[in-house]
Write a protein that binds this ligand. Structure first.
Ligand code: ADP
Ligand code: MG
Length: 397
């Protein structure tokens, strides 16, 4: 195995020539680093016509957006690659294809998706992909069912749980989702005008009790191999691909489902800031429809897979899958609420709200996300259906 060193553009070209699987590797001639993310290097590898053909992604031994003062495990590249390989096995249509990875170099070579766009950016620009929500529901059902105890042999499941132990990346989620917004912390990031709203989070005992229960589930419930960051989604016409799974680990299924819904609701909250209040109304209805489609597709597909393919004799008991899906739903609402709050108050924000030009409007949208997030966390146990969730979202608009 090779020793870790940070790739230059020409290293990336040579690596893609070796591992990109092209019939004629000499077609690959140049590279450009395009990583706009917070953590890693991403090189696009071009042919002589200037067409991007292959992606080379390498982890750095620290958090890129902060610098060397925040070291971070290189093992995340292995975890990302192996999560995507496992998910590809169960949902090849909706998972980026990993062609090669090397844990020592913390590098992976993958399919180029330059014809796709980040879903979030498209939603902000009011470009609608009517299939995307259903495709995301399908991806979540396939990947989460086939890595759960419904499907895997108990020995295989335990081996996989061990393989995907991801303590450093989980710690980031544990801190950013469940700790920072509910205490005074230097990592928090919100405008002074929202101090009162944020202080109210710290003082809300009922809210903090519900957040404790969610964090506890995130710590301890190894239900399936999660993507762990279900906002990282590429779309194109009639296509959706999950990328960037370095937070992958065995956790509660409701986390992936809930953060996916949370990302749609963050967009919902930000829309008036991009489109104006009047034009936002129609786009908001689309987001609510997306949430409905996502949940229905996910739950119906998961239920069907459970009926057809459950291997465990006890879990195959008629009615059990639907009992379990009720638990997933309640978890999802809670985790969705924590996503809304951590993206408004914590370290890492989303462009859906942060890119709103008008300051007063931006603050209003942040306040909306906080209020909605808080309500969902507290009343999660009482929201029995997606229709009821939508009614609550309208109530807090
Ligand atoms: P990070 O882990 O640092 O957040 P991402 O995996 O999100 O990195 O990638 C950062 C950016 O690189 C993406 O927003 C996208 O623009 C580009 N990118 C990543 N993977 C691909 C791919 N397979 N095809 C095309 N572009 C990609
Ligand atoms: Mg990432």
């Amino acid at each position: 195995m090779s020793q870790y060193h940070t790739f230059t553009a020409s290293d990336a070209v040579a690596y893609a020539q070796q591992f990109g699987g092209l019939d004629d590797p000499s077609e690959l001639v140049s590279a450009q680093e395009v990583g706009d993310g917070n953590l890693n290097l991403v090189f696009k590898i071009f042919d002589a016509q200037g067409v991007s053909r292959i992606i080379v992604k390498q982890a750095l031994p620290y958090v890129r957006c902060v610098g060397e003062s925040w070291p971070l495990t290189l093992d995340r590249a292995r975890l990302e690659a192996q999560t995507l390989v496992a998910h590809y096995q169960h949902s090849p249509q909706h998972t980026v294809h990993i062609l090669h990875f090397d844990p020592a170099l913390a590098v992976m070579v993958m399919e180029d998706l330059s014809d796709h766009r980040i879903w979030r950016g498209e939603l902000i620009g009011n470009v609608y992909y009517p299939q995307a929500a259903g495709q995301l529901g399908e991806y979540l059902a396939q990947t989460l069912f086939h890595t759960s105890d419904f499907y895997l042999h108990p020995h295989e499941k335990k081996a996989q749980v061990a393989q995907f132990i991801n303590p450093e990346m989980c710690e980031i989620t544990e801190d950013l989702f469940f700790n920072d917004p509910y205490q005074i912390h230097e990592r928090n990031n919100y405008p002074a005008e929202l101090e009162e709203d944020v202080a109210a989070l710290r003082e809300d005992a009922q809210l903090k009790l519900a957040v404790a229960a969610l964090k506890h589930r995130f710590f301890s419930q190894a239900e399936a191999l999660l993507h762990g960051d279900s906002g990282s989604i590429f779309v194109a016409e009639n296509s959706l691909k999950a990328i960037d799974a370095e937070f992958g680990y065995f956790g509660p299924i409701g986390f992936d489902v809930g953060t996916a819904i949370g990302n749609l609701l963050l967009n919902y909250c930000g829309l008036p800031g991009h489109l104006g209040i009047r034009d936002a109304a129609a786009a908001r209805e689309q987001r609510l429809n997306d949430i409905q489609t996502l949940w229905h597709t996910f739950s119906e597909r998961f239920q069907a897979l459970a009926t057809e393919k459950t291997r465990d004799a006890a879990l195959a008991c008629p009615g059990y899958a639907s009992v379990f899906l009720k638990k997933v739903w309640r978890d999802a609402i809670g985790f969705c609420g924590t996503e809304l709050i951590r993206r408004s108050v914590g370290l890492s924000h989303v462009a859906d709200i942060d890119s709103i030009q008008d300051t007063a409007m931006r603050h209003e949208c942040l306040r909306h996300a906080i209020t909605l997030g808080k309500a969902l966390i507290v009343i999660a146990e009482r929201i029995d259906s997606v229709d009821e969730l939508i009614a609550r979202v309208r109530q807090y608009s």
